[in-house]
Design a protein around this ligand. Structure first.
Ligand SMILES: NC(=O)c1ccc[n+]([C@@H]2O[C@H](COP(=O)([O-])OP(=O)(O)OC[C@H]3O[C@@H](n4cnc5c(N)ncnc54)[C@H](O)[C@@H]3O)[C@@H](O)[C@H]2O)c1
Length: 369
């Protein structure tokens, strides 16, 4: 049994120096990074009957205070130094929502200290960061969930399952784009890390990791190689010192010759048609527009479109609930270390191909999954 896929609680409580009574009641939870995403995750944690927010950490006092006020019901302790949270034996679960370059180091420390980890995406911005985290998560008997929350969407899961079961024949090609967001505000609250490629990884790694994960999921594999071009075409050195691209144009090749064409940019005017994001999955019997309607369009004349998966009510904190189910009940992990690592590495592969301007092989990344 892969403990990261089928997770558990009972055996782990004692090992982490926790009392059974504590873990049987509410999972003592900490959040590291209480910015935009961390605050959202905190709301999700507070929405779980089986969780208590006991500790919060951020280096920005205003964010920390705001988060502490939002979690006043649980009266969490607050810290500027994340290692203080790792040192607390009573903390059973840690949510990590700091800038991406810090994820791997923090997740590794938390896992080594016996904590269950919910780590925001991307789980790393370099292959080395991902490699180290994979090794530690594999060796750990704790739950690790990556913040690839699309994996917990019910409609999407059903559509992907049907495609994988052959609803459109064999998947032969995917065309996907993420033109959904504008360049981040240059004076915004994340501008102190976002435009530095070493910290965010750039748009492909930080944002398109969701879209590329969806492509991997529906194809049922990771890419074998990638090539393409990117650059800062509009926002040249804007803001000053910018090292991230504003667009990516990539081709990935998967096993059995399956191809993925992916583009991402932050200068698609809202009013220009065909904006936003889509994932078109082409099979031998027809194609599906996966994101917007999960509708299948058969090949050939006369075939009527059919809905592969109906719209369903989605619980906005489903991924967080799944994390606690994993910890408490040993439920199936929707986004384990292999899924999180594969998603991150797929975007890192694309980034390397663009940076080196050559074909880069998956095996060049040197991460065993
Ligand atoms: N799953 C999703 O859909 C989703 C959505 C948005 C963001 N995210 C991810 O969440 C992470 C955070 O993004 P954000 O938009 O919240 O950014 P943000 O800038 O709003 O928040 C990051 C926070 O981390 C804090 N921080 C930085 N260094 C720290 C340290 N050493 N110790 C403690 N705190 C530290 C910052 O002060 C800031 O408050 C990113 O990895 C991002 O990719 C995921």
């Amino acid at each position: 049994m892969n403990v990261n896929r089928r997770c558990f609680l009972l055996g782990s409580a004692g090992a982490a120096g926790l009392t059974w009574a504590q873990s049987a009641e509410q999972i003592q939870t900490a959040v590291i990074g209480t910015g935009n995403r961390g605050s959202y995750l905190l709301r999700g944690i507070l929405d779980q009957a089986g969780a208590k927010a006991v500790a919060l950490c951020d280096i920005k006092p205003d964010r920390l205070e705001k988060a502490a006020a939002a979690a006043a019901r649980d009266n969490p302790a607050t810290y500027a130094d994340w290692r203080k949270i790792i040192d607390r034996n009573d903390v059973q679960a840690v949510f990590i929502a700091t800038p991406p370059h810090l994820h791997s180091e923090m997740a590794i420390a938390a896992l080594k200290a016996g904590k269950h980890v919910f780590c925001e995406k991307p789980i790393g911005v370099t292959a080395a960061q991902v490699r180290e985290l994979v090794q530690v998560a594999r060796a750990s008997n704790r739950v690790f969930v990556a913040g690839q929350q699309m994996r917990s969407y019910k409609q999407l899961s059903e559509a992907v399952r049907k495609i994988r079961e052959g609803a459109i024949g064999e998947v032969i090609m995917v065309k996907a784009q993420r033109h959904a967001t504008a360049d981040l505000p240059h004076d915004g609250s994340s501008a102190d890390w976002y435009f530095d490629v070493a910290k965010s990884g750039g748009y492909l790694i930080e944002q398109s990791v969701h879209n590329l994960d969806l492509c991997n999921w529906v194809i049922g594999a990771h890419p074998l190689r990638a090539c393409g071009f990117g650059g800062a075409l509009l926002y040249k050195n804007d803001p000053a010192g910018r090292t991230i691209f504003d667009c990516s144009l990539l081709t990935y090749e998967y096993p059995n010759g399956v191809k993925l064409s992916f583009t991402q940019n932050v200068f698609h005017p809202r009013s220009l048609p065909s904006g936003g994001q889509y994932v078109y999955v082409y099979g031998t019997k027809g194609a599906v527009d996966l994101i917007s309607a999960a509708t299948m369009y058969p090949l050939g004349a006369g075939g009527a479109p059919s809905v592969l998966a109906q719209k369903q009510e989605e619980y906005q904190h489903a991924h967080i609930a799944a994390f606690y189910d994993c910890v408490n009940k040993g439920s199936q992990n929707p986004a384990d270390i292999v899924i999180g690592a594969t998603a991150a590495l797929t975007s890192i592969l694309g980034h390397e191909a663009m940076s080196k301007e050559k074909v880069v092989n998956w095996s060049d990344l040197g991460v065993k999954l």
